[in-house]
Design a protein around this ligand. Structure first.
Ligand code: GDP
Length: 542
């Protein structure tokens, strides 16, 4: 990686006020971090912000081209946005590039939410704990990235602590993801004994001085090869040998393979100490692709400079108890969005007002003025927006493909504590279903008053029950059902398989019929008896 010009002025949107959407898009990177809980996602997010801030502070100190406002611009933005780990997204700048990191839920039970977030980003950072390798949830999330062909940057975290061997970690990355790992920032010293880093692109060794006090960041100092050899001895030799071995193996960064989801650049570091973070920011700036034209339902890419189109990737309500509003998270796909425009919602044919658009950074809401391709923003709406919806300028005809739903793996029956509140009960469940919190299912056998809820993780039921009580004032009783496998059945399930004691047929709100059985073993047995069940529409996670 080349060293960024510390004295470069922060970009000013004023400079490009007349720029086309594609020019704004070229200066944007929108990513998510996928990892197993505890690998350090929150720490890494924070480290990226801190490092970006440091770069800009340095820029301001140099005071180039009369822009001493760099620091305060940034600080003000940070303070007013109250950046925190619970943010829906955080933003930072490296030179003239604006990086948005969209947050993904940490718990496996919310993997469907994470999948939705992945529809809003252009690349992901796969974060791995050096002592644990590629863990279960990372693998699962990676599958979703693979389905979308998203470029993946791998960051091996916690190299300040004892962990696995660097080459073994790369082998594991390759075995579990199928991507060819290509080293960009390679450690000098085994995990727990980090002396420095080799910038593989430039061949420059960097000495790493650990911070002396809590809260301080590590210092990276370029050193010469003879100094590296003198100071690090065998550690330096091994580092060079390892990188040479990988190079001989063809594991060299190739931009086309990276963007095409065939290889993954790998960086080693330690987020909590700020080690390797600068290079990661540079990778975001230089290698991660900017927003590209998104394909519509017909497969035609919608040009970045076409009129505004956006994709709803997440819907949430009740975030602000004072307003009881519904909030849709939108990824800008083309054109320029501004709050004066009238929006069209093709799924319902209705129009929406853009006036209530808000920035989604931090916990406090702020009015949003405009958005460009790659930007995410929030839109307050009346409940009509669902994940997978397109919103667009009136002059646009584009519609994007909807959001596939996971086949649920947990089920409960649900009823109101107070049966006189049946209206709130049904309304509440319908809205939670539209948001994608739970999947609402019915059966003729149970009748319309006794729905079943499906979810990918049981925590979703807790969330749903809590929200039914708080937002719809309708406490509910949920009772687990003994099923863990839902076979999506083509057409009408009753025509494919008869009802039985050990199974149940339910119809999801989108009309998809499911056959619920206890486990995979039972599913296989039924498929043998009723071969049409093989024609199932979906097989779990897309
Ligand atoms: P998350 O669940 O993935 O968001 O993980 P967190 O960011 O909360 O980090 C989990 C734990 O790992 C915390 O105790 C962090 O302080 C610690 N941690 C994160 N990064 C590093 C690192 O680079 N080195 C060390 N030693 N600890 C780290």
């Amino acid at each position: 990686m080349s060293t960024p010009d510390l004295a470069a002025p922060a970009p000013s949107d004023q400079v490009v006020v007349d720029a086309a959407p594609s020019e704004h898009a070229a200066r944007r990177r929108t990513v998510a971090i996928i990892s197993h809980p505890d690998a350090g996602k929150s720490t890494l997010t924070e480290a990226l912000l801190l490092e970006a801030q440091r770069i800009h502070e340095a820029g301001a100190t140099h005071g180039k081209r009369g822009r001493p406002a760099t620091v305060s611009d940034w600080m003000e933005m940070e303070q007013s946005r109250g950046i925190s780990i619970s943010s829906a997204a955080v933003q930072c700048r490296i030179d003239d590039v604006l990086v948005t990191v969209v947050d993904t839920p940490g718990h496996a039970d919310f993997s469907e939410d994470t999948f939705r977030v992945l529809s809003a980003v252009d690349a992901v950072i796969m974060l791995i704990d050096a002592a644990k390798g590629v863990e279960a949830q990372t693998r699962q999330l990676f599958t979703a990235c693979a389905a979308r062909g998203l470029p993946v940057v791998t960051f091996v975290n916690k190299w300040d602590r004892p962990g696995l061997d660097a080459l073994a970690l790369l082998e594991e990355v390759e075995a579990t993801t199928g991507l060819v790992p290509t080293p960009l920032l390679w450690p000098v010293g085994v995990a727990g004994e980090l002396h420095g880093l080799l910038d593989v692109t430039t061949g420059a060794p960097l000495a790493v001085t650990r911070p002396q006090h809590a809260g301080e960041r590590a210092v990276h100092t370029p050193v010469s090869h003879p100094d590296a050899e003198r100071s690090w001895g065998a550690g330096w030799t091994s580092c060079l040998e390892e990188v040479a071995l990988l190079r001989a193996n063809g594991q060299v960064h190739d931009q086309e393979l990276f963007v095409g989801h065939a290889s993954t650049p790998v960086l080693f570091g330690a987020a909590s100490l700020g080690i390797g973070i600068r290079t990661l920011l540079e990778v975001l700036r230089d290698l991660v692709p900017p927003p590209q034209p998104r394909r519509d339902v017909g497969g035609t890419p919608v040009a970045l400079d076409a009129p505004f189109t956006g994709y709803v990737f997440k819907v949430q309500s009740g975030m602000n108890s004072a307003h009881r509003d519904r909030f849709a998270y939108v990824r800008t796909c083309s054109g320029r969005f501004d709050t004066a425009m009238t929006l069209q919602h093709p799924r319902t044919g209705r129009t929406l007002t853009a006036k209530y658009a808000q920035s989604v950074f931090g916990q406090r809401r702020e009015a949003l003025l405009e958005a460009w391709p790659g930007d995410v923003f929030g839109l307050v709406h009346g409940g009509q927006l669902q994940p997978g919806d397109t919103i667009r300028a009136v002059s646009s005809r584009a519609v994007y493909p909807g959001m596939p739903r996971f086949d649920p793996t947990s089920f409960v029956s649900v009823g109101p504590v107070d049966s006189s509140r049946h209206k709130q009960f049904h309304r509440g469940l319908e809205l939670l279903d539209a948001e994608g919190t739970i999947q609402l299912m019915h059966s003729t056998a149970r009748g319309p008053q006794n729905p079943v809820l499906g979810a990918v993780g049981v925590l979703q039921f807790e969330v749903a029950a809590d929200r039914m009580e708080r937002e719809y004032h309708c406490p509910v009783v949920v009772s687990p059902l003994p099923f863990t496998r839902a076979l999506a059945v083509p057409g009408h399930a009753h025509e494919v398989v008869p009802a039985g004691r050990d199974r149940e047929i339910l119809t999801r709100s989108d009309g998809q019929d499911f056959l619920l059985v206890s486990d995979e073993h039972a599913a296989r047995a039924l498929r043998r008896r009723y071969p049409r069940l093989w024609e199932t529409a979906g097989e779990g996670a897309p």
